[in-house]
Design a protein around this ligand. Structure first.
Ligand SMILES: Nc1nc2c(ncn2[C@@H]2O[C@H](COP(=O)(O)OP(=O)(O)O)[C@@H](O)[C@H]2O)c(=O)[nH]1
Ligand SMILES: [Mg+2]
Length: 494
């Protein structure tokens, strides 16, 4: 419709932000990942360590003593809510620690770093300043990009396929019953549209609640509506229209219109207002939970990653690349929660994520973006121990499983520390390094470790956040967070 005008506005905004950037350099850092991949904990830990200016040995600007000061800026009065740093820090490090509540929308926080440049000339000009805007947004929203290329009919078809996934089946019945008896060609009717949208959303929500770490189905806003709850833009659902839509003013017509409106009123503005303004991006991935859950989930994870990467890749739709003002020049993938493994396995975890993203990464590199992969734990909930038995020593982890966690017939109370033999990723990865295709890799790893071997070789349970000693200097022990930070912003503080 008003594509030309939109692009004009974008161009003007971009010139404005460019001009502003000359006065006070700023960097927009996007943090994304599917729900529960660890965004909130990651951002909280990152900010905590930057403000403390300690415990980041691999963050070069700090190690070389060039960081002079770091502080939080008052929240700029713009479109985005503020990331609740203080609330999350309190939850994670307070008297009785707990993981923060899940967040379901976009938020932002501005941090300023005062540093000494290591360039000869800049150094003599005095201190330098860099603003960093950290923007937390659900990875599910990036999956919506795939909808732009899809018509309503294709999307509907895929929804019925999703409903056949093992983790979706138990919750699909209501919606399927209702949809299957619905004639898509009956006259359009708001009440029916609403009923169907509600039962479809319930289906997605129940699937997500029961298996929070497993894949879901777009549109992302059905699960994370933010302030769009009950809006007509979200009042649509898939219909069985294998033979196409063959009647004007039918229910299927209405649904199709709404689907198209969702694309133009919600997906595109998100890309225009936020996404295309990012400079750097980290994508968090909970590889271990997916590995633990079996082959179909690992496959699905890989699909999601490929789809997420499409937002950054040359295959992105033309309207997107044409308004891209600065283009993300560096992309970091991080496998989170590495504290579920002994440190001997951290490289393997990293390599597993590299292979999972292999195909997608190749695409992104074509565009000139540098891609890095890192395994990390934003908040280390376990400690490493060595167990001796019959003259043999074993590596193990000690941690407190969350209350209610079931493991090998035992139910944990959330207070008792347990020792776990987490198993090894190592051999499986090495065996599979020969394979070039990530999907082959995923298949063979899961075949060996999850399906064929009844004693699955890695097992994941959720731990409570650590109870750090009150006098400890470091309230948020981490693993390799500093390396990720260095990849993300180290070069901007030269
Ligand atoms: N052991 C461990 N668990 C983590 C870590 N980061 C996140 N988690 C777990 O993952 C859950 C989801 O993290 P959160 O940051 O809320 O994910 P988000 O939905 O992406 O913002 C938390 O409630 C924790 O159970 C970590 O570094 N170590
Ligand atoms: Mg969150």
């Amino acid at each position: 419709m008003s594509n030309w005008t939109d692009q004009g506005i974008d161009a003007a905004l971009n010139i404005f932000s460019y001009a502003q950037n000359l006065v006070e350099p700023s960097l927009k850092l996007g943090v994304t990942g599917l729900s529960r991949s660890g965004k909130t904990v990651f951002i909280t830990s990152l900010i905590y360590h930057l403000l403390e200016r300690k415990h980041l040995p691999f963050f070069e600007p700090l190690r070389s003593g060039r960081i002079i000061d770091v502080y939080l800026e008052p929240h700029p009065d713009d479109l985005l809510p503020r990331f609740d740093y203080e609330g999350n820090l309190k939850a994670l490090t307070g008297a009785s620690t707990k993981w923060p509540e899940g967040t379901r929308a976009i938020s932002q926080l501005r941090l300023t770093i005062i540093y000494q440049s290591d360039h000869f000339i800049s150094r003599h000009l005095g201190e330098s300043k860099l603003h960093i805007d950290i923007i937390d947004y659900p990875g599910e929203w990036l999956l919506d990009l795939s909808l732009l290329e899809k018509d309503y009919q294709t999307w509907s078809k895929e929804a019925f396929e999703f409903a056949k996934q093992p983790h979706a089946v138990p919750f699909a019945k209501n919606w399927l019953d209702q949809t299957n008896k619905q004639d898509p060609n009956e006259d359009q009717n708001e009440a029916t549209a609403k009923d169907l949208a509600e039962s479809f959303t319930d289906f997605l929500n129940l699937t997500r609640q029961n298996e929070p770490d497993l894949p879901t189905f777009p549109p992302g806003r059905f699960l994370m509506p933010g302030d769009l709850k009950n809006s007509p833009a979200l009042t649509f659902a898939p219909l069985n229209i294998e033979n196409g839509i063959n009647k004007e003013n039918s229910l299927a017509n209405l649904m199709e219109r709404r689907f198209e409106a969702y694309k133009s009123l919600i997906i595109r503005p998100f890309y225009r207002q936020f996404f295309t303004r990012l400079d750097r991006q980290i994508v968090l991935v909970d590889v271990l939970s997916n590995l633990n859950a079996g082959k179909s989930h690992l496959d699905h994870l890989q699909n999601s990653l490929t789809n997420i990467l499409k937002s950054f890749s040359p295959g992105a739709p033309h309207w997107l690349t044409s308004i891209w003002n600065k283009k993300i020049d560096r992309l970091v993938f991080a496998a989170t929660k590495a504290d579920h493994l002994h440190h001997h396995n951290h490289d393997q975890l990293q390599s597993l994520l590299s292979q999972l993203t292999h195909t997608a990464i190749k695409k992104a590199e074509l565009k000139g973006a540098e891609v890095k992969v890192q395994a990390l734990a934003s908040l280390r909930a376990t400690r490493e121990v060595t167990i001796e038995e019959n003259g043999e020593t074993y590596d193990a982890l000690a941690g407190t499983p969350l209350a209610g966690t079931k493991f090998h017939g035992q139910v944990f109370d959330g207070k008792t520390e347990t020792i776990l033999f987490t198993g090894d990723l190592k051999n499986d990865i090495e065996n599979n390094l020969k394979s070039d295709l990530a999907s082959d890799l995923a298949a063979s790893i899961t075949d060996q470790t999850i399906e064929n071997d009844k004693n699955a070789s890695i097992e994941i349970i959720n731990f409570a956040p650590p109870q750090v000693d009150k006098n400890s200097q470091n309230k948020m022990p981490h693993i390799r967070l500093d390396r990720a930070l260095n990849m993300l912003i180290g070069d901007k503080l030269k």
